[in-house]
Design a protein around this ligand. Structure first.
Ligand SMILES: Nc1nc2c(ncn2[C@@H]2O[C@H](COP(=O)(O)OP(=O)(O)O)[C@@H](O)[C@H]2O)c(=O)[nH]1
Ligand SMILES: [Mg+2]
Length: 214
């Protein structure tokens, strides 16, 4: 934990239309990133938003503030940018905005569509490419559209045990750090509290270390 009792998180990675920008808004508790259903990629530039959350918690009699930083990124594949261009933009944003490194990258996947071997291998390669070999210690998987689990009559545990091998390997690599996110209901602030609680738990488990981008 930094001296000023502040932690900084996150980078959002994942495919177009998987819900990265929408998740970023929930993390910030505010509609900061454009997020909508659309036949083309909506996000083209990396965007950083900062949000101070005063009095987030108390520790040893002291108020603990949180300075949240969320970096939204264009997805891969992208409808207008080639893969190298997206990587270039993400790398540039990482070095510009996180010179001290980042606490947690969120790899956004969807719970409502099948995960194919090739897709998952590609996701791992991309994450490793952008974050380096230590990505495994600093990445959590977020499954959006998890409200559909009910339609599949699956619990979160059953979903994971029914997942294809490559997805299980991906989750193992991420040391089992995984969050299921439902269609946002309730207020953004309520969702933020739930998400931050889980992410801060992962960050605490890492003793607040940061990953320096490669
Ligand atoms: N039902 C449902 N819709 C979601 C969820 N997450 C995101 N969406 C919707 O999916 C659409 C695309 O989201 P967006 O954040 O723009 O995706 P991005 O391309 O990854 O940034 C938006 O209409 C979101 O409201 C979720 O967990 N459940
Ligand atoms: Mg987006």
């Amino acid at each position: 934990m930094e001296d000023n009792n502040e932690v900084t998180i996150n980078l959002l990675l994942g495919k177009t239309q998987y819900g990265k920008s929408s998740l970023g808004n929930s993390l910030l508790g505010s509609y900061e990133f454009e997020s909508r259903i659309f036949p083309q990629s909506v996000t083209e530039e990396c965007r950083l938003r900062r949000m101070p959350i005063p009095d987030f918690a108390r520790r040893m009699g002291r108020e603990l503030g949180l300075r949240l930083q969320v970096l939204d990124t264009p997805g891969i594949p992208h409808s207008r940018l080639n893969q190298d261009e997206v990587k270039k933009r993400v790398r540039k944003a990482l070095s510009e905005h996180f010179p001290e490194g980042l606490h947690m990258a969120l790899l956004v996947l969807r719970a409502d569509i099948p995960h194919c071997e090739e897709d998952n291998q590609h996701t791992v390669k991309l994450t490793e490419d952008l974050l380096g070999p230590d990505w495994k210690y600093f990445t959590a998987v977020v499954f959006t559209h998890a409200e559909r689990l009910e339609d599949m009559r699956l619990t979160e545990e059953k979903f994971i045990s029914s997942a294809p091998k490559s997805l299980c390997t991906l989750l193992e690599n991420a040391h089992g750090r995984c969050i299921f996110r439902d269609q946002p209901h309730g207020t953004l602030h309520e969702e933020r509290a739930v998400l931050l609680y889980q992410i801060l738990h992962f960050i605490r488990q890492n003793s607040y270390q940061t990953l320096k981008a490669v």
